[in-house]
Design a protein around this ligand. Structure first.
Ligand code: TRP
Length: 441
């Protein structure tokens, strides 16, 4: 799951602010992403998907409460807002703007096939209703808004549950289509699934989800946690009868918290006929051992909403330092331009012609990057982050000297270069070498 290379990666994930965080969110998303955010070679973006929440929730107080709870959850679980970019989706006005740009490169037919929309349609059809009964256009557009979330920050990896993989594929599709039409602006994102704990079963054995009303709130007080765990469905085998781990919600939830040895011990206990009450007690203690210290921190944070508000606003300004200039560039790319802005004519007048070039720059993560642009400004190469400008310059020098032969050497330092682009890269590097030789004379 984690790549062995030390190449930096941008990592992004959001949680919809439609309810109270539960164990499934913790196991499937929060825990993994907090751990990941602590890696030195990763730049991460975490956000509260409150625009997404409006699709399902029309209770304003619930949206606000959920936003507070989910923010507090992330912080209590160890997310460090100094290290990562932590923000609320609706504080970034560039996101709805990008949503529109992407909407216009997204095939309606693709959205027709999105799972969430299709599920609702199938339900309607089964009931003999109009297929679009109770479907708002927000549900239909959900994948485009999500695409904008991801592409805005050019995320490489998006950690999600299996049920979200289709959305990431759609985001790739939008990025590809946009890049094809308007030049290389977007990184193609990939889903990252933690296979060990992709989805957690809920109280009734189905996926733990707000929509099934089968969740265990992550920070339920101890007594309530115990009571809820007592209510997880089991079969009716008596103590002493061997039990199946396969398909057992009690076992699956335990496994998501336990280490390998603990899980094996539980497996043996099942085979030896442990009673359900005992198994649930062990499960309860195991979860509580992990959650109790976080719960105290969470309760404290909930009592200080102003503090969280400030953290989110600081995060938004960090995010907008990226999204603002990026959307300006995208607007220009699609032709939403000032009428007197005619770059090629202006340049011709000043006697300069546009040239391919390496551009070096620093990003909000403090790392140093470069890219290679062709004469038209389209991006041919994009580096990953270097810790010093000298290292970035060194990689550029290697490319200048060795041309495309340097690409395998620099595989860890560059975003992958598709075959279709190699030729262009090669041509531009030759052109630059010729220019350099000419100016030396
Ligand atoms: N759709 C995700 C969910 O409900 C939340 C989400 C919105 C998201 N935008 C995202 C997740 C971008 C990852 C990346 O769980």
């Amino acid at each position: 799951m984690t790549s062995s290379s030390s190449a930096p990666h941008r990592f992004l994930t959001g949680i919809t602010t439609s309810g109270t965080p539960h164990l499934g969110n913790y196991v499937g998303s929060v825990r993994h992403s907090v751990r990941f955010s602590q890696r030195a070679d990763v730049q991460s973006f975490y956000f509260l998907a409150d625009y997404h929440a409006l699709i399902k929730v029309d209770d304003p107080a619930r949206i606000q409460r959920s936003t507070l709870e989910i923010a507090a959850t992330w912080l209590a679980c160890g997310l460090d807002p100094e290290r990562v970019t932590f923000y609320r989706q609706s504080d970034i006005p560039e996101i709805p703007e990008l949503t529109w740009l992407l909407t216009c490169v997204t095939a309606k037919g693709m959205l027709n096939r999105a799972h969430a929309y299709k599920a609702q349609m199938d339900k309607n059809l089964a009931r003999g209703d109009d297929p679009d009964a109770d479907v708002n256009a927000g549900l239909f557009m959900y994948p485009v808004l999500m695409g904008a979330d991801i592409l805005m920050f050019n995320a490489h990896k998006v950690p999600v549950g299996r049920d979200q993989v289709q959305h990431i594929e759609m985001a790739r599709d939008m990025a590809q289509r946009f890049n094809h039409l308007y030049g290389e602006h977007f990184t193609l994102p990939e889903a990252e699934i933690d296979d060990a704990v992709a989805t957690l079963p809920g109280l009734d054995g189905r996926k733990m989800s707000k929509s099934y009303d089968n969740t265990i709130p992550l920070f339920a007080p101890r007594a309530r946690l115990q009571k809820l765990i007592g209510g997880i469905v089991t079969d009716s085998r008596a103590p002493g009868e061997p039990k199946d781990t396969q398909g057992s919600a009690v076992f699956d939830i335990y496994q998501a918290f336990a280490d390998h040895e603990e899980a094996e011990a539980m497996r043996r206990a099942f085979a030896d006929g442990i009673g359900w009450a005992d198994a649930k007690q062990i499960l309860f203690e195991r979860i509580d051992r992990e959650i109790a210290p976080l719960r105290a921190h969470y309760d404290d944070l909930l009592n200080h909403p102003a503090q969280i508000e400030k953290i989110l606003l600081d995060g938004a300004s960090k995010a907008r330092a990226i999204s603002g200039p990026f959307v300006t560039r995208l607007r220009h790319a699609v032709g939403l331009r000032k009428l007197d802005d005619r770059p090629s004519a202006a340049k011709a007048k000043s006697g300069k012609t546009a040239r391919a070039a390496f551009k070096q720059y620093r990003e909000a993560d403090g790392l140093f990057y470069f890219k290679l642009l062709d004469a038209g400004g389209a991006q041919l190469l994009q580096s990953l982050g270097f810790s010093s400008p000298r290292d970035a310059a060194q990689a550029i020098a290697t490319l200048r000297q060795q041309g495309t032969d340097a690409l395998p050497l620099l595989a860890e330092q560059l975003e992958p270069v598709g075959d279709e682009k190699r030729q262009a890269v090669s041509a531009v590097l030759q052109e630059l070498a010729a220019d350099a030789a000419a100016s030396e004379k």
